[in-house]
Design a protein around this ligand. Structure first.
Ligand SMILES: [Zn+2]
Length: 232
């Protein structure tokens, strides 16, 4: 069984993936982590990714899909060896209907299935408020949030004493533009999974714990139970 988490920047998707993966006995699969691991391994795929990064290019779909295929094989091998992972919890993949179709093919070829696609829905205004609170140290790059994780002294980095500022692209109008683009690009993907009857919408505009519970409840309705419940 595999689960896909979808949500805009600021939706808390990454946090939810980290909280849910152990609870559901799924392996957290983020393409960012797959790319970093591939580069570190020095494999052919890793070299292709590094070359794309170095040239400021997007990673080709075929490369991403190959990495995901290897990850699915790794999860299956772990499971066959008595490991605990029951499938993948995708975070940040797929991004396009084309990638979604490739993922369907990969999963079907293994005789596996995507159990659910969870959309973490957060109103645009809430996302803008969350993201516009971001501050960054100009010296060491540590990030802060004015509300959730402020520096001890306003404007001064706890770690290095550098100046903590708001970047241009963290200003509200820039954030709203970025989010508009994200929603426009994501809509076809949501429509695709809605058409397959896999989409579950969860209210992401509530405390972290309640979002986790809401996702777990939506998955339970689709027979993706928590790991402990599955064994009992
Ligand atoms: Zn600093």
């Amino acid at each position: 069984m595999h689960v896909i988490l979808m949500g805009a920047q600021g939706s808390g998707k990454g946090t939810q993936a980290e909280r849910l993966a152990p609870r559901l006995a799924l392996r957290h699969v983020s393409t960012g982590n797959l790319f970093r691991a591939a580069i570190a391994s020095g494999s052919d795929l890793g070299l292709a990714i590094k070359a794309a990064y170095d040239h400021g290019e997007l990673i080709a779909d075929a490369t991403t899909v190959s990495l995901v295929d290897l990850e699915l094989a790794s999860i299956a091998a772990e499971r066959a060896g008595g490991g605990s992972s029951r499938g993948a919890l995708f975070d940040g993949f797929p991004r396009t209907p084309g990638q979604a179709e490739s993922l369907n093919d990969l999963v079907a070829r293994r005789g596996e299935a995507i159990s659910a696609v969870i959309e973490i829905a957060v109103p645009l205004e809430t996302l803008v408020t969350r993201l516009a609170g971001r501050r960054v140290c100009t010296t060491c790059g540590r990030t802060y949030h004015v509300e959730f994780d402020p520096p001890t002294v306003a404007g001064v980095c706890d770690r290095c004493g550098g100046e903590v500022i708001q970047r241009e692209d963290d200003r509200p109008d820039a954030i709203a533009r970025r989010l508009d683009l994200f929603f426009a690009q994501t809509e076809p993907l949501l429509a695709y999974y809605r058409g397959l009857g896999l989409l579950e919408r969860v209210d992401g505009d509530q405390p972290v714990e309640r979002v986790t519970d809401a996702i777990a409840a939506a998955l339970a309705r689709r027979d993706v139970s928590a790991a402990g419940e599955a064994r009992s």
